[in-house]
Design a protein around this ligand. Structure first.
Ligand code: NAP
Length: 285
């Protein structure tokens, strides 16, 4: 039976180091602060917001909410975003997207200052990931994948990694981050042939396809680590599930993340850590 890579263990150690960092920042008179910009009241946004606020409070990071009406016009939205951008007491901005249809989501993404882009959605942040520079922040989910590997001392250097999915929020940045740490990476997508074979040859499998139980016993072999990023809904069990057939894979591989309780639970912790890092960068710490 595989070792279960519990997100809660990663989060606990993240919290400890974040609390120390916040204390240090406070001793320099800086209160790390996240500004959440929400337009309307989408259930998913509200759930993520509650979680983010709770996680910030736990380590002493302040939050400020800018809740805008669903029918807000572009000029008013732009003013709210630029006010957060220009406010030196705000270190990170989480802007829920997609925005309502009357707003230009791309324009908003371009307006957000990469230095405050703790969610890793701006071109500046993505350029930083691809060029290996510390501009902005990598998308939180891709960073959570790396955090889990590091936290459980799973070696990356010289290892073969297979990533299923090539989105800008998970697959592509995760590939760049693994490559930066000297892994050899194969990125798979819907046109890739023999994904099961590619995965069997890998030391680390990262699945971010959004396809339930896609990774089954044919994709795995002993010795592997499987990181399941997928969040899907199983209509038969009425439960959240990943991309991986957990029961089948856990019988074979060395280590595996559960869903729920794996990558998803670490992702918000990374967002909070990014706020703290942004605050440190703002004062040269
Ligand atoms: P996305 O933008 O829809 O991208 C999915 C990627 O997977 C695409 O590149 C797609 O290939 C590929 N793919 C889909 N089905 C495939 C299949 N059967 N075989 C091979 N490749 C396949 O999704 P995303 O935003 O990256 O999210 C992926 C999953 O991660 C979703 O379940 C999402 O809910 C979850 N997620 C979790 C977190 C977290 O914190 N845990 C955060 C974000 C997302 P093509 O490019 O060819 O279409």
């Amino acid at each position: 039976m595989a070792k279960i890579l519990e997100g809660a263990l990663v989060t606990a150690s993240l919290n400890e180091s974040m609390k120390k960092d916040v204390e240090e920042l406070k001793s320099h008179g800086i209160l790390p602060t996240l500004c959440i910009i929400r337009v309307g009241e989408e259930a998913d946004d509200l759930a993520y917001e509650r979680n983010a606020v709770r996680r910030c409070e736990k380590v002493g990071v302040a939050t400020r909410l800018v809740a805008l009406p669903r029918n807000i016009d572009q000029a008013s939205f732009d003013r709210a975003l630029m006010a957060a951008n220009g406010d030196n007491s705000i270190h990170g901005i989480l802007m829920f997207r997609p925005l309502p249809a009357q707003l230009d989501s791309e324009k908003a993404r371009h307006m957000l200052f990469p230095a405050k882009d703790v969610d890793g959605c701006t071109d500046g942040s993505l350029a930083g990931v691809f060029a290996g520079h510390e501009v902005g922040f990598p998308p939180c989910t891709a960073a959570a994948v790396l955090e889990i590997l590091h936290s459980f001392d799973i070696p990356v250097e010289g290892k073969k990694a297979a990533i299923i999915g090539r989105s800008l929020v998970v697959g592509k940045p995760a590939a760049m981050m693994l490559m930066k740490e000297d892994a050899t990476v194969t990125v798979c997508h819907t046109k890739t042939r023999d994904i099961d074979k590619i995965c069997r040859e890998a030391d680390i499998i990262i699945s971010a396809a959004g396809s339930k139980y896609f990774v089954d016993e044919n994709f795995v072999r002993p010795g592997q680590t499987v990181i399941d990023v997928g969040i899907n809904y199983d209509d038969e069990t009425n439960r959240i599930c990943g991309d991986v057939d957990f029961e089948a894979a856990a019988e074979v591989v060395d280590a595996i993340t559960p869903v729920p309780g794996g990558v998803g639970s670490v992702t918000t912790g990374i967002l909070v850590r990014n706020v703290i890092t942004a605050a440190k960068r703002s004062c040269g710490l």
